[in-house]
Design a protein. Structure first.
Length: 279
């Protein structure tokens, strides 16, 4: 059994201020006994306008934010999932929205680039997002072994695409991270429902650290950071404001439940099981 922490923030447009706030919250997570702490999407930067991310993008493997994650993990002797940071892409006009997993020695273990980009108009509101204007999509699902079990990595809008999580679980994921910066209207309508659905259908723990509140850009995010277990029960949550929640990851009980309720083994469509069983 291990303990995971999910951190909620209200990040702004000044990287140093965000890192200072993240550092305090990561220390709080360590003091709470977390083996791994998960930061939200865009934990280090939410610009005054979307294109501002181009100016703070770091080269892969080098930069202030990546050094912060490495140094903090090593100092606290705790794994850190760096929600997302901005890494330079193949062209100056597009970057990657990347989630980085750092071990307790400060070494990067995995990088996941957000696959599904948020190109939407919010129904009923004059609120539009075109993430693909400045972000290039990732291409590959990513898993990594951690002190609390095998992690399937994802980011925010990914949670609306259940096929990603089927693939991750087929590859052995025992818990799923979904760092996010959800809009208020979509959060109110779908946030908890989507997270608990991904947990239930995959018999998998879900950890969703979120952005919350009004940012310096004027943008408002939904918050409601939560951790759900493999049965879809919410173990811990923080509705609003900055803070830390924790929950235990009990892999033995998860394994027993998957054996007793073998929904994952009963699949017949996709993942190489395309034959329909006669009724």
């Amino acid at each position: 059994m291990g303990k995971v922490a999910a951190i909620q923030m209200t990040s702004g447009h000044i990287v140093a201020d965000n890192l200072a706030a993240a550092g305090e919250l990561l220390l709080e997570a360590k003091d709470a006994g977390a083996d791994i702490a998960c930061l939200p999407e865009n934990f280090c930067f939410i610009g005054l306008k979307d294109a501002d991310k181009l100016a703070v993008a770091e080269a892969d493997g080098s930069g202030v934010v990546q050094q912060f994650l490495s140094d903090t993990a090593r100092r606290l002797k705790m794994w850190i999932l760096g929600g997302t940071i901005v890494l330079r892409g193949d062209t100056p006009s597009r970057v990657a929205n990347s989630s980085l997993l750092i071990d307790a020695a400060g070494k990067r273990v995995a990088r996941y680039d957000k696959i599904h980009l948020f190109d939407v108009t919010i129904p009923g509101r004059d609120e539009q997002y075109r993430e693909s204007s400045h972000v290039m999509p990732g291409r590959e699902p990513v898993l990594a072994d951690t002190p609390v079990g095998r992690l399937g990595m994802s980011v925010c809008y990914d949670m609306r695409f259940p096929e990603l999580y089927r693939d991750l679980v087929a590859r052995g994921a025992e818990w799923l991270a979904m760092p996010a910066a959800f809009t208020v209207p979509t959060g109110r309508a779908h946030w908890e429902t989507l997270l608990r659905a991904r947990a239930i259908e995959n018999l998998c723990y879900v950890v969703a650290p979120a952005q919350s509140g009004t940012h310096t850009s004027g943008r408002e995010t939904y918050g409601d950071t939560l951790i759900a277990d493999y049965w879809g029960q919410v173990l811990s949550r923080l509705a609003k404001g900055a803070g830390v929640i924790t929950a235990d990851i009990d892999l033995a009980r998860q394994t027993e439940t998957r054996a007793r309720f073998p929904a994952l083994d009963n699949r017949r469509l996709g993942l190489g099981h395309d034959a329909v069983v006669p009724v």
